[in-house]
Design a binder for this molecule. Structure first.
Ligand SMILES: [Zn+2]
Ligand SMILES: [Zn+2]
Length: 242
């Protein structure tokens, strides 16, 4: 039986723990208990990149980021239960789970200023065709509806980059350099940001070292964006590079 049809006849279950969902919450894919197990990322953190502060010296994670990228925040730590939710979003063919993830982002993250617009981190065309949807766009749409901010596809991805979690932040930056390009260049940016004070908010599913977000921000900045922030659902626990 096709899964959409099956959902009509079976009692709704939590995607992660298979607990039966209460009738009033049967549109959710993740139950309240599982959501409660997602650990919010909390301060103290680096004011700019949102990573817990290093014990000594300045933050190395965001040192080489483009100047226009002002602030990045993530809703929850990407450990067990949150990782399974992201996996379902990316590989489970379940863009609908984006609503559950975006609800948690909306709960833990401050909404952007009036006039800001959300910019999903794009996939390269081949990956988009294979997956059928861009998980970051699904998140951005759900968040945009909650925050009442428009979603603009201002970026194109020229190539996909292999996930290389073992690389240092500097090596990861080099790895994704030039992977993104702004669509319609400066004209697109002028339309998106009515005033130069309007922020563009990059939206992605996961933050690992921030290299992808930094590369995306660099492409927006090169096209004229001056204020860029970013939000992600999950933040990977990375080894200490200091
Ligand atoms: Zn559950
Ligand atoms: Zn930092």
């Amino acid at each position: 039986m096709p899964s959409a049809l099956a959902q009509l006849f079976l009692p709704a279950e939590c995607l992660l723990c298979q607990a039966v969902l209460p009738f009033a919450r049967s549109d959710d894919l993740v139950c309240a208990v599982c959501r409660h197990r997602w650990r919010p990322v909390r301060p103290p953190w680096c004011e700019r990149c949102g990573q817990p502060e290093p014990h000594f010296g300045p933050c190395r994670l965001c040192r080489d980021w483009p100047g226009a990228l002002e602030r990045v925040r993530s809703a929850v730590w990407l450990d067990g239960p949150a990782r399974r939710a992201v996996h379902a979003l990316k590989y489970g063919g379940l863009p609908r789970i984006a609503a559950d993830l975006a609800a948690v982002m909306g709960k833990h993250l401050a909404p952007p200023d009036e006039g800001a617009c959300l910019v999903p981190v794009p996939l390269a065309p081949r990956r988009l065709r294979r997956r059928g949807y861009n998980q970051s766009e699904a998140l951005a749409r759900a968040l945009g509806a909650a925050w009442r901010r428009p979603v603009r596809g201002l970026l194109a991805r020229l190539r996909e980059t292999a996930t290389q979690t073992t690389l240092t932040p500097a090596a990861r930056l080099a790895n994704v350099a030039g992977a993104f390009q702004a669509r319609n260049g400066e004209a697109g940016m002028r339309n998106a940001a009515r005033s130069r004070r309007s922020a563009l908010v990059l939206v992605d599913d996961v933050f690992t070292t921030g290299a992808t977000i930094a590369a995306a921000a660099r492409a927006l900045a090169q096209a004229g964006a001056t204020r860029i922030t970013a939000v992600t659902f999950g933040r990977a626990v990375i080894p200490d590079f200091t």
